[in-house]
Design a protein around this ligand. Sequence first.
Ligand SMILES: C[S@@+](CC[C@H](N)C(=O)[O-])C[C@H]1O[C@@H](n2cnc3c(N)ncnc32)[C@H](O)[C@@H]1O
Length: 299
Amino acid sequence: MELGQRRLWSRRSHEQRVEKFYGWGVEGYGDFHGGYLNFGLWEEGINDYLAAAENMVRRMGTLLGLGGESRLLDVGCGMGAQDIYLLRAFEPQSIDALDVTWPHVEHARRRAREAGCEDRVHFRHGTATSLPFPGESFTHVLSIEAPEHFDTREDFLREAYRVLAPGGVTAFADYTLKRPPRNALERFIVEAARSLWKVPRVNVVTSDSYREKMQRAGFVNVEVEEVGRLTIPGYYREQRRPETVRELTKIRGRVAGRLGWVIDFAVLKAYEAGLMEYVFVRAEKPSARPSVGATARDC
Ligand SMILES: C[S@@+](CC[C@H](N)C(=O)[O-])C[C@H]1O[C@@H](n2cnc3c(N)ncnc32)[C@H](O)[C@@H]1O
């Protein structure tokens, strides 16, 4: 299949459901919120959404350690704003980016054309669990607020490991369960957030279990940093601003706009109840495999 083309997801597949969820009304998104969908990293002194969203992307680029030699793959790239930002801020050699939602890919390509950087950042339609790239193609793999959706996150981890070159680095902005729900109300909140947000049940895991899954996929030096207090309340405040509500209602329509509000509220409540966390995850692929027949003394 030609890599620039649209893929058709099979009926009722997870990919089709996610594409419908994110694609709803998105043709009218334009440059609202700068094209970012992330929660923002609301550190001291940051008071507006665009600054918070770019702060998030800059932090991920720094976590990855991007530089002039980097070949980056961004999985779940949304409307491409983050890749154009990373290209300018870190000047990597190349960026390939992929998303399951076709209208997001169209927005991203338009953005790259308008920014005059289509030759250095390539956007593709595809799914995280079957990456259309040969093994060891990239020095870095990024995913911002998308791994929770992948069906499954573990399948994506295997794919990320495969496409990374030895010594490569991966960084994700993602969500974990802080503790299991204790009663019916808590179970309801977690289940509502999960199912409305199109998160497969198997992806609802604690930070410890996340770390284990990364290690099982082969990654080393896995670090998980909890940053919910810098992300979730700030995003909720932004989404409740009357101007934001008005714009989102125009873009997504009244029903989908309300659904978005219910999801944001469930996420905030799950966070405030100490059930859910927002995490930065960073890990490395080992630089060389131990040679066959190596003994303890060889090491
Ligand atoms: C919350 S948005 C984040 C987008 C972007 N990273 C940003 O922060 O602006 C989640 C993105 O993940 C994408 N996505 C979900 N499941 C996917 C999959 N299986 N493969 C690739 N992308 C996927 C969605 O289409 C959506 O663009």
